[in-house]
Design a protein around this ligand. Structure first.
Ligand SMILES: [Zn+2]
Length: 126
């Protein structure tokens, strides 16, 4: 497990597996994977006692269908929903423990959007 300079925040790296073939969500064409670009997205993991940031590798593939308006699409990352800032595991645990009822939604949204902004502006520090 990677440790950042921040001693109180854990950092976990989640990689996206690259498959030989992928399906464009826009046109549905199955095609060989051609990498467009990749970036890293920070996702907060609330399921642990210690706050943990997941650094999620997001890989974009080119759509090879010339008729497709979408030029590239993001490969799915297991455990991380598209456009979801909290991982599935976190949601499940939150449901299990009934945390959702006690959670302050506005506060959570603010802190998560801050995280997201920070994550999208700068790529991962090493
Ligand atoms: Zn397409």
């Amino acid at each position: 497990m990677d440790k950042d300079r921040n001693s109180d925040i854990g950092l976990k790296v989640v990689k996206t597996p690259i498959l030989e073939n992928c399906v464009c969500p826009a046109c549905g064409m199955k095609q060989p994977f051609v990498k467009d670009h990749e970036h890293w997205k920070k996702v907060k993991d609330l399921s642990l006692d210690k706050p943990t940031l997941l650094s999620v590798q997001r890989i974009s593939a080119k759509c090879l269908n010339p008729a497709c308006k979408r030029k590239s699409f993001v490969l799915p990352t297991p455990g991380i929903e598209k456009h979801q800032r909290v991982s599935i595991r976190v949601k499940d645990e939150a449901l299990d423990k009934n945390i959702l009822d006690n959670m302050s939604y506005p506060r959570t949204a603010v802190s998560l959007s801050r995280l997201n902004t920070a994550g999208s502006k700068s790529s991962i520090d090493r």
